[in-house]
Design a protein around this ligand. Structure first.
Ligand code: NAP
Length: 357
């Protein structure tokens, strides 16, 4: 990381930032919706409001929910919409270059859930989650991956919503080679479960078995009869299904659930680019009644009181190498739009993070 130079102390910096030019109700957002512009940010202390910091952005977390903030309507995830003509924000890691907050000093690394997708930004202290201990021996992007949104979502899904999860339970996870899926599968294995995942390429099928300890996996692009695939991979039925994709896979799962199965609904990425009338209907919800299944949506914001327990446990798993993590680091803020679009394809493995510089 570069030191803060004397020249920078005095000056105004140019910062490229992505802003919401128009909402995208359907389809993957394009350059009609998200645009890059350059703004100037003053680093002069007297221009910074009290209780604010100036950050140099280091890493930005690419998460599917960002897309749901760009539709111009509130439904589905009910995410607050980005304001038109304003910079968009995400989870990220930044370095403090100026501070008017007593607990943050120049050079501190911090995490924010509302870091602008920009090279520099001015943020109020309430937008900062915590300071990172740079000597903890944890890579900075891991704070927005294993210890960030996807790790927390996997932990809440498997250890809170699906609880009590018994050793030997048959667990199915979709988008299993994605950020949430890679951690969820490993957490279920640590609980002694038999874990099977679906993912979008043969390479990822191999990877999740070899690196994330999945007992089995299938490529849903080639095994397209999901009902037949689930009969094959779950001869004893499914006890827990962590749903990341929704649609046809969820429908097929409902034909294979065991009595009192749990279905934590983490997300439904197959439906995010559609208006509700175009979304897949799930025809066999009736099975939930006969099998007395608990299906429950969850949002991390409702579980912030569990963040401390989660962070302590995952940090120790990470240090003891009980949890593997795969990061796809994309270099340059200009890659934000295409990287966001790539989340809706099968082209990524693990957690996608933008290294801003
Ligand atoms: P991610 O790493 O970006 O993974 C997304 C993966 O989904 C893609 O790599 C792709 O992998 C798969 N995918 C994309 N389009 C698909 C489609 N049409 N049908 C089936 N699979 C598709 O995402 P993530 O961070 O793991 O998030 C996974 C899910 O968890 C998302 O639904 C997200 O919104 C949700 N989530 C929820 C919370 C919460 O608070 N509830 C928090 C974090 C994430 P393959 O095609 O190779 O499988």
């Amino acid at each position: 990381m570069s030191e803060i130079s004397e020249e920078m102390r005095m000056t105004v910096v140019e910062s490229r930032e992505w802003y919401m030019a128009a909402y995208a109700p359907e389809g993957v957002p394009t350059s009609d919706h998200l645009k890059l512009r350059t703004v100037k940010i003053s680093l002069a202390l007297d221009s910074i409001p009290d209780q604010h910091v100036v950050l140099e952005t280091l890493f930005i977390s690419l998460d599917p929910y960002l897309r749901s903030r760009m539709t111009g309507r509130e439904d589905g995830l009910y995410s607050p919409q980005y304001n038109l003509n304003e910079v968009v924000s995400a989870f990220g890691v930044g370095r403090v270059v100026r501070s008017k907050v007593s607990i943050y000093g120049e050079g501190d690394m911090v995490i924010s859930g509302f870091i602008p997708v920009a090279e520099y930004c001015v943020l109020p202290s309430q937008a900062l989650i915590r300071k990172i201990d740079a000597d903890a021996g944890i890579l900075l992007p891991e704070y927005i991956s294993t210890l960030g949104v996807p790790g927390f979502a996997a932990w809440i899904g498997i250890q809170v919503v699906a609880e009590p999860i018994k050793p030997g339970s048959n667990v199915f996870i979709s988008a299993a080679a994605g950020a949430v899926g890679m951690y969820a599968g490993q957490l279920a294995k640590l609980k002694g479960c038999r874990v099977v995942g679906s993912t979008g390429s043969d390479e990822k099928v191999r990877l999740i078995k070899e690196e994330f300890g999945y007992d089995d996996a299938f490529n849903y692009h080639t095994e397209t009869d999901y009902d037949a695939a689930l009969s094959k991979y779950f001869p004893n039925g499914i006890d827990v299904y962590l749903d990341n994709v929704g649609g046809e896979m969820l429908e097929a799962v409902l034909n294979h659930v065991n009595r009192h199965a749990k279905i934590p609904l983490c997300g439904m990425i197959s439906e995010y680019n559609k208006v509700w009338t175009e979304r897949k209907g799930v025809r066999n919800l009736l099975n939930l009644v006969g099998k007395e299944v608990k299906m429950q949506g969850f949002l991390l914001g409702s579980y912030l009181d569990r963040f401390g327990d989660f962070a302590k446990e995952m940090e120790s798993h990470l240090k003891e190498r009980k949890i593997n993590s795969k990061l796809k680091i994309v270099h340059g803020i200009d890659k934000f739009l295409e990287s966001l679009g790539s989340l809706f394809t099968s082209s990524n493995i693990g957690k996608v993070v933008i290294q801003v510089k």
